[in-house]
Design a protein around this ligand. Structure first.
Ligand SMILES: [Mg+2]
Length: 266
């Protein structure tokens, strides 16, 4: 497992204006620097005004589809980007990850949402979600010393519902990465490996991945993360199955394992 990709992180910081990947539901940027942020614009080509985090709006020519806005430096956390076009306005969120904090990447279905994606699909607004025992408390504790990033194979129509579930169940706020139908591979492991590589290009600080499927483990290991799979029926609380690759019985065991390796605080 790599440490923190510090060299790559410094290169990213030094570049001054990194380009956030277009694939995240909420674009991820590093906090504290100016960066190029992808902005989805559903309308025609035109000039709009863009206001970042309540600052004075700046004029920008946008094309239908995705335009890039150079903005920042961003404070850490969720940042609002407003697009003002005549009398109408749309709001987009950007997630700025805090410098110096390593990240934990977390799967959604059956890792934190016991109800799973089919229940989410059948629900009107994501109200079917039910948090996995101990997941909320564990992630709240880990969020004190790590950024939390949610990585799911859920398709785009489920992303807003997934964010609603995360808010309702009071999981730590964090960006959500998912599956873009028609653009991404169908294989979960390949999709997640791709998302992790894109994340690494803008924010090479992911350190651990937590999930419940072999495909999660495959993706985390391919990206050089420490991998932890939840295996509630396991006989042992913690079982190492390969280098930097563990199976644990509960979220409490996952937190203990991470603390054992990284220390109480980063
Ligand atoms: Mg899962």
């Amino acid at each position: 497992m790599r440490r923190l990709g510090l060299l790559a992180l410094l290169i990213t910081m030094g570049a001054g204006c990194s380009r956030a990947p277009e694939t995240a539901y909420v674009p991820i940027v590093p906090a504290g620097v100016r960066c190029s942020v992808p902005l989805r614009w559903p309308g025609d080509d035109r000039t709009v005004k863009v206001r970042v985090n309540g600052a004075e709006p700046v004029e920008l020519a946008v094309r239908g589809g995705i335009s890039h806005v150079v903005a920042g430096p961003f404070p850490a956390g969720r940042v609002s980007v407003e697009v003002l076009a005549g009398a109408s306005s749309t709001r987009h969120d950007v997630f700025a990850l805090e410098r110096g904090l390593p990240a934990i990447v977390c799967d959604v279905d059956h890792t934190i949402d016991a109800a799973g994606s089919v229940a989410a699909l059948m629900s009107a607004a994501g109200e079917a979600g039910k948090s996995v025992d101990g997941s909320r408390e564990a992630l709240a504790e880990l969020a004190e010393s790590y950024s939390i990033i949610y990585l799911t194979a859920r398709a785009e129509p489920l992303w807003a519902k997934t964010e609603a579930f995360l808010r309702r169940e009071t999981f730590p706020d964090g960006p959500l990465l998912g599956w873009r139908m028609g653009q991404d591979p169908v294989s979960r492991a390949t999709l997640k490996t791709r998302r992790l590589r894109e994340l690494d290009a803008v924010w090479p600080a992911a350190r651990w991945g937590i999930g419940d499927k072999a495909s999660d483990e495959e993706a985390y290991r391919a990206a050089g993360l420490g991998s932890i799979l939840l295996e509630p029926a396991a006989a042992e609380p913690v079982r190492q199955v390969a280098d930097f690759c563990w199976r644990v019985r509960s979220w409490r065991d996952a937190v203990a394992l991470i603390r054992q390796h990284d220390g109480a605080k980063q």
